[in-house]
Design a protein around this ligand. Sequence first.
Ligand code: PHE
Length: 397
Amino acid sequence: MIGRRRWISALVGAFATMTALGCSSGGGSGAAASGTGTGAAPAVEMKEWKVGAYLSLSGGDAEFGIQTREGIELFVEELNAKGGVKGKPMKVLFEDDKSNPQEANNKVLQLIDRDKVIAILGEVASSRSKPGGIVANKKKVPMITPSSTNADVTKVGPFVFRVCFVDDFQGQAGAQFAVTKLGKKKAAILYASDDLYSSGLAKEFREEAKKLGAEVVIEKSFLQTETNFTTYVNEIKDSKPDVIYAPVYYRHMAPIAKQAKAAGVSADMFVGGDGWDGMAPEDRVNMEGAYQTTHYASDDPSERVQDFVKRYKAKFSREPSALAANGYDAAGVLADAIKRAKADTPEGIRDAIAETKDYPGVTGNTTIDPDRNAKKQIVIVQFKDGNHKFHSTVAPK
Ligand code: PHE
C-alpha cells in the first residue's frame, strides 16, 4: 500500500513538473512569436479594424446578447461588402460574459490585453456595462454600449459612450404616458431591488408619477434570483392600482405576466421599459395590451426601418428587435467614427465618437452629447396578438 501510494505521488509530482514546464515554454514561445515580425507596434501593421464585443450570449439574459450580436453582424457584413472603413474590413471578436458582471469585467480585459482590440461594443444590461466600462476606461479603449440606459454607465469616464437614451428620460416618459396619456391615477411599482437598471427606472417613474399627481399605492421589489411572483402580484391586486409599472427584464416579466394572468390581473394593466425586449413568442401571448417604452419598433413605417427589417429578415429569418437595431447602430456609430478619426488609435477613435453628430441609424439619428449619451427618441409599443405594435414616439429632450 505504502509503496503504491509513494509511486502515485511520484507520478503526480512528475506530471505537475511537466505541466508547469509545458505551460511556461508554451507561453514563452507565444510571447516570442508576437514579439518577432517587424518589431513595430502591432497597430502599424493592422490589416483590419479589430473590435471586441462582450455580450450575454448565454445565461439568464441570453436573448439580449444573441439579438445584439445579430444586429452587429448584419452591420459588419454590409460594411465589409462595401469595402470596410478606410480600405480595411472591420472584424468583431465576440465574447460571452454568461450574463455575469464579473465575467463582463474579465472579458473586456481579455479583449484589450490579449486581443488588442481598438474599440469595444457592449454590454446590454447596465449592471454589466458599468464594470466593463470601468475596465475599458482605465485601459483607454473606447466602448460604446448599444442599449444600456442607466445613468451611471457613461459616468465611469471619458472612454465610455452609449447610442441610446438615458433612464431619467425613459422613466419620465413611462410616467407621462401612464398618468397623462392613459389617465391612470393609482400606480403600483414592481421591480428588482438588486439590479441597477430596474431600481433606477423604478425611482425615475415614482418621482415623475407623483409630480404628475398620481398616487403610488404599492411598491413591491424582488431579488433577481426569484422565480415566483404570485405573492407580490396578489398584494398588488389587493391595493387596487389602475396601472402596474414593471421596469424589469424579460426573464422576470415572462413569469410575472403568466402568474398575474393566473391571479386574475390582466396584462393590459402593465407598463414597462425596454428591458422587456427579448421575450420569446410563447411568453408574449401573456402580454396582450401591455405598453412598453423602447428604442424602436419593427413596424415603424419609415423607409429606413422597413429596409433594415427586410435585410435582417433575409439573414436571420425573424423580425429584428430593438436589441438588434441598437446593436446595428452601435456598430454603425463606431465605423463612422473610425472613418472620421484623425488618428487610427483608440484615443483618436474616442475623440471621433465624441464628435458624432446626426449619424443616421435605424433607431433614429444619433448625436453624442458632452456626457457621452445619445439624445434619442423613445418609441412606445403595445403588445397585440403576441407582437409589438408601434403606438407613438416621444421626442428626445
Ligand atoms: N436598457 C437596459 C439596461 O440598461 C437593457 C436593455 C435594452 C434591455 C434594450 C432590453 C432592450 O439594463
